[in-house]
Design a protein around this ligand. Structure first.
Ligand code: G3H
Ligand code: ZN
Length: 287
């Protein structure tokens, strides 16, 4: 099954595919092993910064190698801010593109997203393309910041319909109170807006909830029941990796073969991913 098939299944059965960001082999290993052990499809995200660090070819090559063992993993070029950078990811062999034109005007966002969709589909008929509408604030960091969001930042249902019709995206990232990172206040999701968006946007377009870190489990569950079929998580993995590694280094001052210390850290990240997968309802969905 390709990514679109899994999204069709998820939309029909009301569960969500997990999307986990990685910037190194350790995080990638944790995601792939958790997905394989859980019998789940999974998306592996690399933001522009993460894929610059990994290298486009290396990211594609690593995922290709892991696919031999568990084919249900899909590499996404997350938060791609320009069409040209999206083209590079398509050419490198990514399975999915997230074109993020959310800082552009609606017209420019539509024009640039459409350009990314056309290019991607002309090169790979199985590729899945996501667009974004609304002002999604914050960074994938642990902070004490208070991030204020206003109703104007939210995705507007009428604009969402126009956007998906005119761009041809397969997925739409929406803003309903979600904020990237773990910040001082717990994010509060506006479920009425989610319902209105799901009602107006055609069923074949999947709705994506970014900024999943820090959103209470009950709210994630409710969002999935109302039509979210893809949830992004990054900050929680970053925090666990950094804190876990720091503890290992402190506890083992004479160990220089770092992979030995990383084993335990990867194990705890895998456990977190498994918990998220249980929450998303995607365990055992690969038959
Ligand atoms: O695209 C990445 C995600 O939206 C990650 O958000 O760091 O809040 O989990 P997060
Ligand atoms: Zn995001």
């Amino acid at each position: 099954m390709n990514l679109k098939d899994f999204f069709n299944q998820a939309n029909k059965e009301h569960w969500a595919i997990g999307h986990f960001n990685v910037s190194n082999l350790e995080l990638l290993k944790a995601v792939v092993e958790a997905a394989k052990e859980g019998g789940s499809p999974v998306m592996i995200g690399t933001s522009e910064g993460e894929r610059e660090w990994l290298g486009l070819k290396s990211a594609v090559g690593l995922v290709k190698a892991y696919k031999e063992d568990w084919p249900n993993i899909f590499l996404n070029a997350d938060h791609t801010k320009s069409a040209e950078v999206a083209f590079d990811a398509v050419d490198a062999g990514y399975d999915s593109i997230h074109f993020d034109g959310s800082t552009l005007s609606l017209k420019e966002n539509i024009d640039e997203t459409r350009r990314a969709v056309r290019y991607a589909k002309s090169k790979n008929k199985d590729i899945s393309v996501e667009g974004e509408l609304g002002y999604l604030k914050g960074d994938s960091q642990l902070t004490n910041k208070k991030i204020a969001i206003t109703p104007d930042d939210y995705t507007k249902p009428e604009e969402a319909l126009k956007f998906v019709n005119e761009t041809g995206v397969d997925r739409l990232a929406i803003v309903i109170g979600n904020i990237h990172g773990i910040n001082s206040d717990e994010p509060e999701l506006d479920f009425e807006i989610l319902e209105a968006i799901r009602k107006i946007v055609p069923k074949h377009v999947s709705l994506v909830l970014h900024a999943g870190s820090g959103i209470p489990d009950v709210d994630i569950k409710k969002a999935i029941s109302l039509g979210i079929s893809n949830v992004h998580i990054s900050t929680e993995l970053r925090v666990l990796f950094r804190d876990g590694l720091e503890k290992q280094l402190k506890d083992n001052p004479k160990e220089y073969a770092l992979y030995r210390l990383e084993k335990e850290v990867v194990g705890s990240i895998k456990e977190l991913i498994r918990e998220k997968m249980r929450l998303f309802g995607c365990i055992g969905k690969v038959h």
